[in-house]
Write a protein that binds this ligand. Structure first.
Ligand code: RAM
Length: 922
């Protein structure tokens, strides 16, 4: 219910865009919060923040008080109080004032500071002493593949400590060159998976901090860790050698336990040569090859105190340099879902094939019944089956995705890998004596645990499957870095895939810190000449980033700013962006980007005639120059802003001279050519209408089908909609013939395919050399689907959804749709329908402080009602006018209920386009 007294409330208080982080290292952390109110027009006009340092005994000391600051700011308010101390807890309290001068209830959150100075680590990197023990598996055993024989068994590392005083607070700070899991007194310290995640380890290794106060007790305590290769020393990418050349040859652990006692004293227990090391149930563990465990080797009680480790050997100190160790800045990976089998099929050789009904990423948990000790249980994972009903493994290339397990022969032996992940829908389980039922196995879905921040709904089951496929491909490929695919021997952070998909990703989840963290790896990957890489972290090979790939280094920071209002990521990336643009310009004095194009992929995997690669490149060059100019003005570098804007103009002119003919045709005459030129503003204004018309015609002439690859795909529907061709955009969405989004849906896809024709009824599978069934790039239509069809778009120039642009349009196939979005500022929702009586109904929620410009598909403003009264009388509604495209109005925050007769604009016309432009809708 809307009342005039309803309060304004802040919620989701975050520090550095994280919930209650335990290791903040910046001296000026930023605070953010969302706002909610049911009142129309509610807005924050002031805020007050108080920060207290909180000692382990609870004593508080105020270190910052802003007083009441007249400001609408709710994103990235920088701490400027007393200097923060390391490893200290800070509580912060927030009160906001609304537009009537009323204060909200005070909300609080906390953060803790981390170790801050990397040289302050007392811990040493420890691991296995292989000097007098073989590190590798016995070569003769046929149970192991050649690749898994090259792997070393994970280590167990432990030590005990006595607690003799009253403990008030305990924090564990830990990381690994490799992967680790931690236990204290037999309890897992956290539910994180694959920690510490992947970064460019040549430049930073992230540590995690855990509150372990409750796990410790008076007297004897045990600290215990497992340690495996992971990205540090396992197989990474498609390099046949082990990653030793990239990072290191053997994993190492770095951990410190910080204890605060009630007498004011503190103690640090750190990894060093006093720790003990052994092997346990893990035989090998590798991200690509899989994991082997032998339950007969389980060491009972090793994670608990009073365990006799006298026969273990001393851990070896492998290093003391902690200079690259820094706190994690984005959420960890976790098990985010479990999926039960849909069916279990017995195979002629006695094995079982389990169908999970969903292509996903993670591992399985298997209960083995009735086994004898030492039976070999083998699990193979695949995304799909071949036409004989067997696993299709060829597209995994060299990744074996093979787990093996030797049970101990007890009832209900459980196998669950800890240090690998697979991309799969099907699992083939061999070696079971007592059969396999759907109750014996579940899939555990592993992903970076990001807030799911948006939803989309419509009545069409195929479109909803597409929506689900996009989400699953995002979930499957967001594992500490955004990767192209999760199954084959690749799984790399390709920049084009990421930049093309980011706007869609941000609809589904809060991805700001995830991408900001990865941007550090992108920047580190920049070479001496200024070229950004194709992939980050840079893997086994490197070279100049290709057009649209390297440009990710420019596009991503600005997109993050637009979506989340985070300027610091632009600041950090600014100098590298400038170097990139200057590098491309230096190498291409004609301003046509033809030299230093790296692997020049063009409109990768396009489904039609090739868009000239130099056209794609030059368009990206112009766009990046424009973006760098924008970054410069945001940061107040005015000279740069002018310089790069002039450069962008010059590149645009060069583009026109080279690629646009006198009659407005664009070289190659492909969909992607027109899309780039229109989206990046590269045409003379008078050519735009015709170019959009030509684009529409190309789609029609192609049988209402697309012909784009990775580069054109994200622009296709948005550009068509923007120029008034909603009908064509919707027809493309609903198309089921190849190539189209619904082609794969009709073929049973549960994730987005890498190729439009990953499988066809006529040709079967595409080349196994490159045929992932879980690749998000072609799912970049999601932004248009959730934003434009669902209805929640951002007006041009708006930051963090402060000004919404809402222009829902029904289509022949789509009579209703709904979208919701937790923006950085608060919750937004749009739900519209065309009812049987021909009335168009729209329910909208706009968060406090935001406004929305709404375009309704009707002709006369006088026919629009809101909440049952004429819109002109409705509180908070401002009529802006009637346009060829519909009725335009502006609203402030709150909930609204519009009804109008549905009267669609006859067709896309220049007048509607002109109106849209003048009203700032496009
Ligand atoms: C493929 C990757 C990726 C793409 C590059 C060019 O190997 O899967 O998606 O960006 O090639």
């Amino acid at each position: 219910m809307t009342t005039t007294t309803a309060p304004l409330d802040p919620y989701d208080l975050q520090t550095e865009y994280l919930d209650s982080p335990l290791a903040i290292e910046t001296p000026t952390p930023r605070f953010s919060w969302r706002l909610v109110s049911t009142r129309r027009g509610a807005a924050q006009v002031a805020y007050r923040i108080e920060v207290d340092a909180v000692a382990p005994d609870g004593a508080r000391r105020r270190v910052w008080s802003t007083g009441t600051v007249a400001s609408t700011a709710q994103l990235g308010v920088e701490y400027t109080g007393e200097a923060l101390e390391r490893t200290t807890r800070y509580d912060w309290m927030l009160t906001v004032t609304d537009e009537h001068g009323r204060e909200s209830a005070t909300r609080s959150a906390f953060f803790e500071t981390g170790l801050v100075d990397p040289s302050s680590w007392r811990a040493m990197w420890i691991g296995r002493d292989t000097r007098d023990r073989p590190a590798l598996l016995p070569p003769a055993n046929d149970d192991f593949t050649l690749n898994s024989r090259m792997l070393q068994p994970p280590s167990l590392l432990r030590r005990e400590l006595a607690i003799e005083k009253t403990l008030l607070r305990a924090r564990l700070h830990v990381t690994a060159q490799g992967l680790y899991r931690a236990w204290i007194n037999g309890e897992q310290v956290s539910d994180e998976q694959l920690a510490p995640g992947w970064t460019d380890y040549t430049s930073r290794i992230l540590y995690q901090s855990h509150d372990v106060t409750e796990l410790l007790r008076d007297g004897g305590n045990a600290l215990a860790f497992t340690l495996a290769d992971g990205w540090w020393s396992g197989f990474v990418g498609y390099d046949p050698r082990r990653a030793g050349k990239l990072y290191g040859n053997a994993p190492a652990l770095l951990a410190e336990l910080h204890l605060s006692y009630d007498d004011g004293s503190t103690e640090v227990v750190a990894t060093d040569e006093a720790w003990r090391e052994s092997r346990g149930r893990w035989l090998y563990a590798d991200l690509l090859m899989g994991e082997g465990q032998d339950a007969r080797n389980e060491v009972a009680g090793w994670t608990e105190p009073a365990f006799d480790d006298s026969r273990w050997i001393a851990a070896r100190v492998l290093g003391r340099d902690t200079s690259l160790v820094t706190a994690a800045v984005s959420p960890p990976m976790r098990i985010v879902r479990t999926v039960p089998p849909r069916s279990v099929t017995s195979m002629p050789d006695g094995a079982y094939i389990v169908d999970l009904g969903q292509n996903l990423v993670g591992h399985v948990r298997l209960r083995v019944r009735g086994a004898s000790a030492g039976d070999l249980i083998e699990l193979l994972h695949a995304e799909t089956l071949d036409d004989t009903g067997e696993l299709y493994l060829e597209n995994l290339r060299r990744a074996e995705a093979r787990d093996i397990f030797y049970p101990a022969g007890i009832d209900d032996d459980i196998f669950e890998p800890d240090f690998t992940f697979h991309g799969f829908r099907y699992v083939r389980v061999a070696g079971l004596r007592a059969g396999l039922t759907v109750d014996d196995l579940t899939a555990r879905v592993v992903s970076s645990d990001l807030e799911e921040s948006g939803s989309f709904d419509c009545g069409d089951p195929a479109v909803m499957q597409l929506e689900s496929n996009i989400r699953w491909s995002q979930r499957s490929n967001f594992l500490s870095v955004p990767t192209d695919c999760p199954q084959r021997d690749e799984r790399l952070g390709w920049l084009a895939d990421a930049q093309v998909f980011l706007p869609t990703a941000a609809r589904n989840a809060t991805v700001g810190t995830f991408f900001a963290s990865w941007m550090d790896d992108v920047i580190v990957g920049q070479n001496a000449d200024g070229a950004f890489p194709d992939i980050a972290p840079v893997a086994s090979w490197s070279g100049d980033g290709a057009p649209a790939w390297g440009d990710g280094g420019v596009i991503i920071p600005l997109a993050l700013y637009d979506i989340y209002g985070d300027l610091r990521v632009v600041e950090t990336a600014y100098a590298p962006m400038v170097r990139w643009i200057e590098h491309v310009r230096r190498e291409n004095p004609s301003l046509l980007w033809r030299s230093r194009v790296g692997r020049n992929y063009g409109d990768w995997l396009q489904a039609g005639p090739e868009t000239p690669k130099d056209l794609v490149a030059t368009a990206y060059f112009a766009n990046s120059a424009r973006l760098v100019s924008r970054a410069a003005s945001l940061l107040g570098h005015d000279e740069d802003a002018t310089r790069f804007s002039a450069l962008a103009d010059d590149i645009r002119d060069a583009f026109q001279r080279e690629f646009v003919s006198a009659d407005g045709r664009i070289a190659g005459d492909t969909q992607t050519g027109y899309l780039l030129a229109l989206d990046y503003g590269l045409l003379p204004a008078e050519f735009e209408e015709d170019a959009a018309a030509r684009l529409a015609e190309l789609v029609r002439d192609n049988g209402m089908r697309l012909s784009t690859g990775f580069i054109g795909v994200s622009k296709l529907c948005p550009v068509l909609s923007r120029w008034g061709y909603d009908d064509i955009a919707h027809a493309l969405l609903m198309q089921t013939e190849y190539p189209s989004w619904l082609f794969s849906v009709e073929a049973g896809a549960t994730t987005i395919w890498e190729r439009w024709d990953g499988w066809t009824p006529e040709g079967g599978f595409q080349s196994a050399n490159m045929n992932s069934f879980n690749h998000y790039s072609l799912g970049a239509v999601g932004e248009w689907l959730y934003g434009t069809v669902g209805g929640i778009d951002q007006a041009p120039g708006s930051v963090a959804f402060e000004r919404l642009a809402i222009r829902p349009r029904p289509s022949r196939a789509m009579r209703w749709a709904a979208a919701s979005q937790q923006t950085a500022r608060g919750a937004t929702r749009s739900a519209w329908m065309l009812d049987a009586a021909g009335l168009f109904r729209l329910e909208l929620t706009v968060p406090p402080g935001s406004t929305a410009q709404v375009s309704l598909p009707t002709r006369l403003a006088s026919n629009v009602t809101e909440g049952g009264v004429p819109a002109s009388d409705a509180p908070g509604v401002e009529l802006l006018g009637e346009t060829g495209d519909g009725v335009l109005l502006r609203i402030g925050s709150g909930r609204y209920d519009f009804v109008c007769p549905y009267e669609p604009a006859s067709s896309s016309s220049s007048s509607s386009r002109a109106h849209l432009v003048s009203e700032g809708i496009v």
